[in-house]
Design a protein around this ligand. Structure first.
Ligand SMILES: [Zn+2]
Length: 115
């Protein structure tokens, strides 16, 4: 599966989620932006369907709750703030399937859960 591409500036903290990657380097603060570390966090976290709703259920006893979660599907994706909750719900279209969830904290690491 092709992962969603994010780019991070380690000077100012800007974080981009690319819609289309043309392959041209992107700069911020005078340097090329870097891809953040994707950390597998599937232990204790899961993505499951609850009727028409897809739920990303996170368990972060040490690291706290991420700021937002991006749910990648087979045809696109959605991003939502967690509002401090460890469970985030997404409403997908008919026949749309979740593929992975990306959980963003405040550093250059993004936790990833694959379906
Ligand atoms: Zn920057």
């Amino acid at each position: 599966m092709k992962h969603r591409k994010f780019l991070y500036c380690h000077h100012c903290g800007n974080l981009l989620g690319l819609i289309h990657d043309a392959g041209v380097p992107i700069s911020c603060c005078g340097e090329l932006m870097q891809e953040p570390n994707l950390v597998d966090i599937k232990d204790g976290c899961r993505i499951h369907a609850d009727g028409q709703t897809t739920v990303v259920d996170m368990n972060f006893p040490r690291d706290g709750v991420p700021q937002w979660v991006y749910l990648q599907t087979d045809i696109g994706g959605q991003r939502k703030k967690t509002e401090g909750f460890a469970k985030v719900e997404f409403h997908l279209g008919d026949h749309e399937e979740a593929r992975a969830a990306y959980c963003y904290f405040s550093d250059r690491n993004i936790g990833m859960i694959e379906c």
